[in-house]
Design a protein around this ligand. Structure first.
Ligand code: AVI
Length: 330
């Protein structure tokens, strides 16, 4: 999920070029202080996210995996056109494509004519997929696209004029504030044409304790995942964050569906960013806003579709109804 990038590989870099230092400085000199969660995903962050996905409390990955592995036929039927037309299956932030591989295999077994075009900001991820998928899925037509989402979507449009089906899985959309998620969908819509589809994974509102536990696991992996960004700033920008003097504080608001993570400064302290000759003051108990993981009602996601120019085709859920894969059409 490169700088941001791969999680299970999935990718969390929905924005443009990374200006790591500029973004860090801007965030830490703002009031209130904030950092961008897209920077969580360096090599250590990728590994921590892998660990998170395997931990007991973090449910979203398993829920969506259940949909892709158990409801593959329904997923496939929703995206296959009425006239069995050939299409391009594009995945934003493909990562290791673990979930989508179920769909790819099913489509191939069904003799469906399609090309898989994973987009990822990490060239390594694309190369890896090329090797693995062409080996494990004989007959798969594969065109890897290394770059940013919307640049690569534009490129995909120049490669073929076939119908497009765009996957955006893993509730990555939840890592944007709702207004930003809406502009993301609107921009996605602008890159598509009538008949094209998107399949978006949304984590749903559920028992607040279940949600909070997923972002406050007992082993402390989420804590490490957040603190790793301070490590990264130390490593890459020559800063001197004393990591032990920051505490992880996740909150979930059942009213808004916003799950937010903060790091709290446990001391009055100065942090220096040596490479750029900058000093930043933290008051005791001052917070840094780190990440939003928005949870939705199905109704909210339907409104989002309508507002951003999509028609709802179908929704698929895991058995607990904790997660939804929405299939929308232009
Ligand atoms: C990648 N993204 C959907 C994860 C989430 O659930 O918001 C990132 C994450 N943050 C803490 N745990 C997992």
């Amino acid at each position: 999920q490169t700088s941001p990038v791969t999680l299970n590989g999935s990718t969390y870099n929905h924005t443009a070029v990374n200006h790591f230092y500029e973004d860090v400085l801007k965030g830490l000199t703002a009031s209130p202080k904030h950092l961008d969660s897209k920077y969580f995903y360096d090599a250590i962050g990728d590994q921590l996210f892998q660990d998170l996905m395997n931990c007991e409390e973090y449910y979203p990955t398993n829920c969506e995996l259940e949909i892709f592995s158990q409801k593959t036929e329904a997923l496939a039927s929703a995206i296959i056109g009425d006239n069995n037309d050939e299409f391009d299956l594009i995945e934003l932030g493909a990562g290791d494509a673990m979930k989508s591989t179920y769909l790819l295999k099913h489509l191939l077994d069904r003799g469906v004519n399609f090309t898989y075009l994973p987009i990822d900001i990490s060239a390594h991820v694309i190369d890896q997929l090329d090797v693995e998928l062409t080996q494990n899925l004989p007959g798969l037509k594969f065109e890897g696209l290394n770059g940013e989402y919307f640049n690569m979507l534009s490129k995909a449009a120049t490669l073929s004029n076939k119908r497009k089906v765009v996957l955006f899985l893993g509730s990555n959309i939840g890592n944007m504030p709702v207004a930003e998620a809406e502009s993301f969908c609107a921009e996605l819509r602008n890159h598509l044409s009538p008949g094209d589809m998107v399949l978006i994974g949304f984590d749903l509102k559920k028992n607040p304790k279940t949600i909070l536990a997923a972002y406050n696991d007992k082993e402390g992996i989420t804590k490490k995942f957040n603190l790793n960004l301070l490590h990264r700033i130390n490593q890459e920008l020559g800063a001197d964050f004393v990591i032990e003097q920051f505490d992880h504080f996740p909150v979930y608001d059942p009213e808004t569906g916003a799950c937010k993570s903060y790091l709290i400064s446990t001391a009055d302290q100065m942090v220096h960013i040596a490479d750029h000759n900058q000093s930043i003051h933290f008051q005791k108990d001052e917070y840094i806003f780190m990440e939003i993981s928005q949870k939705f009602t199905v109704e909210q996601t339907r409104d989002m579709a309508a507002k951003t120019g999509f028609d709802v085709v179908n929704y698929l859920f895991d058995d607990k109804n904790w997660f939804a894969d929405a299939i929308w059409k232009v």
